[in-house]
Design a protein. Structure first.
Length: 325
């Protein structure tokens, strides 16, 4: 990372208060749902968001049934959509901050807007795991994905940061993906592109926010078993027969994934809470900035690093031969 002070920060150098206040986006299911439950189990406060309050009822019901009745008091639900206008997002964050008077952790987990073509009609669906050939997706789909998922993430981050800077304390967690390290895989181009952009966004924030004692963590999971992640299906806005073979091969590869993902989502989210709070296996260790989750995630990073380093070695004469004589 660009700022050496940030990379040497230890987890214990900024001990967690008795309870943290988390703002977690996309908590109706998947990682966000599990993360909210784990944070509540540690005694923390949670602002849980989703595109509609109805989608959060499952989380509310689960917490309400818990024998620890304090959890219900430590959970608040807010409607938040990544496509909301900036002024709407700032208003929501202001109201969320007023609940407990602080926001200690922002988790950028939400991801929406995938575009598919059904009988000639463009249909927007919710979910991250949208697949499709890049060219067949079309420009409008890519533009919408960037505007919603990258700019939308920036909107809520920028809305939260003034409160963290005022207190000179905070943590920004961004959920990325191993796919950003294996973008060469056919059919995941748009997804990998967005996740790679979010990594760069978070990396830059780590340096710019270090003087304010605000930490960032980019989390890049492999395949984890969560509900509905592959439901958005395929984007086929502009089908071309030239892609038939590679498209069908990619389809078959993905058909075997749902239900067979090796990762346990509760374990993954427990690791995030441990690191943010500096507890369990994270106690006393240096703040990581990056958290790769799952052996398949580790493989993706190692393989890409080995590939690029190998090319640097093979082509070092060309790389180094471009300076002024």
């Amino acid at each position: 990372m660009p700022d050496s002070n940030n990379t040497t920060m230890t987890l214990s150098s900024d001990p967690a208060p008795r309870s943290l206040t988390w703002v977690i986006t996309g908590t109706s299911s998947g990682f966000g749902y599990r993360l909210a439950l784990i944070a509540l189990s540690r005694g923390d406060n949670v602002i849980a968001t989703a595109r509609s309050l109805v989608k959060l009822q499952k989380l509310v019901d689960e917490v309400s049934r818990d024998v620890d009745h304090s959890k219900k008091e430590r959970l608040r639900t807010f409607r938040f959509d990544l496509s909301d206008p900036e002024e709407v997002v700032r208003k929501m964050v202001k109201e969320a901050h007023e609940v407990w008077g602080r926001i200690d952790v922002l988790v950028n987990n939400a991801g929406t807007l995938s575009l598919s073509n059904v009988s000639g009609v463009e249909v927007w669906r919710t979910g991250w795991a949208w697949r499709g050939m890049l060219e067949e997706s079309g420009i409008s789909a890519l533009q919408s994905l960037i505007d919603t998922n990258v700019i939308g993430t920036a909107k809520i981050t920028y809305a939260v940061l003034p409160y963290m800077r005022a207190r000179r304390s905070g943590t920004i967690v961004t959920i990325g993906s191993r796919s950003a390290w294996r973008a060469e895989l056919p059919s995941i181009g748009s997804y990998a592109m967005v996740k790679a952009a979010l990594r760069a966004f978070t990396e830059n924030l780590s340096a710019e926010l270090a003087p304010f004692n605000i930490r960032t963590l980019i989390v890049e999971p492999g395949a984890f078993r969560t509900e509905g992640i592959y439901s958005p299906g395929w984007c086929e806005n502009h089908l071309s027969p030239d892609y038939d073979t590679i498209r069908e091969s990619a389809r078959k590869s993905f058909e075997s994934i749902p239900g067979n993902e090796p990762g346990d989502a509760f374990k993954a989210m427990t690791a995030i809470v441990d690191i943010v709070r500096g507890e369990g296996p994270a106690r006393g260790r240096a703040w990581p900035n990056y958290l790769i989750l799952g052996e398949d995630g580790e493989d993706a990073v190692r393989n890409k690093c080995a590939l690029v380093l190998g090319i640097l070695d093979e082509w070092k004469d060309v790389t180094r031969g471009t300076g002024f004589d």
